[in-house]
Design a protein around this ligand. Sequence first.
Ligand code: PMP
Length: 285
Amino acid sequence: RIAYVNGQYVAHSEAAVHVEDRGFQFADGVYEVCEVRQGQIIDLTRHLTRLDRSLSELKIASSMSRTALTLVVREVLRRNRVKNGIFYMQVTRGAARRDHFFPAADTPPTLVITAKSTDPSLMAKKYASGISVITVPENRWDRVDIKTVGLLPNVLAKQQARDAGAQDAIFVDRNGIVMEGASSNVWIVAADGTLVTRPAEHGILRGVTRTTLLDVTEILNFKVEEREFQMDELLAAREVFFTSATGSCVPIVAVDGKPIANGHPGTVSSSIRNAFFDVAEKTPI
Ligand code: PMP
């Protein structure tokens, strides 16, 4: 495997950043994950737009034009022969002597791009069986709309889920309002058939998959409401599912050990998932 690190293509096993990198020292960096399917990058423009937004919110300079970044991404995918898989773009404020204050303005940001192939049949199994999740109290800062590499609460939540015999976790705030998954957005099909997902102004990451699925639901003429919802509405829902670039649309069949509806994946999430690839932007490698 090959990784791109600060201007160079290097063996993945040797790829490294400096010990003084601010990503390592302070989690002072942002990232994006994108899906590659059938040789096409999914929703690249939306991911690059969100990357720019995350960088500007943290006042990190973009180190590369979009055109150049796209060229590098394609090269990494080609060198790794990825046809189905994912790639990561990670940008930090660069390496500088440890000091909380921003380093000198001429400190170059660190840019890392890695890619790996994934097995579509493993995802297909998840879609067929659905996953079980636990809920955990929301304990993150209030700027999770920025996609930073500071993911400790998400790491702890996922591990807690695994230790409990579940696959993933949902953050719920102190008032019982459903926030999002540890690496996905949450949707429900309410008792009256309406699709509901919480607004993305603040408090959650505005998922690219979420945005594209909103396009899908419009085309399929589903009734959708962007509003907050509580845990009791989720537990009474006909369907619950996650959306993310790595999983597209994953049915959730149990929450905290309680089955959702009949405990099997529903038809709404599968029809949305089936239409997703057609509607999403596709960039050939
Ligand atoms: N929320 C969180 C916390 C995430 O980490 C992710 C995955 N990157 C998402 C939502 C889903 O975002 P996207 O659809 O852009 O992958």
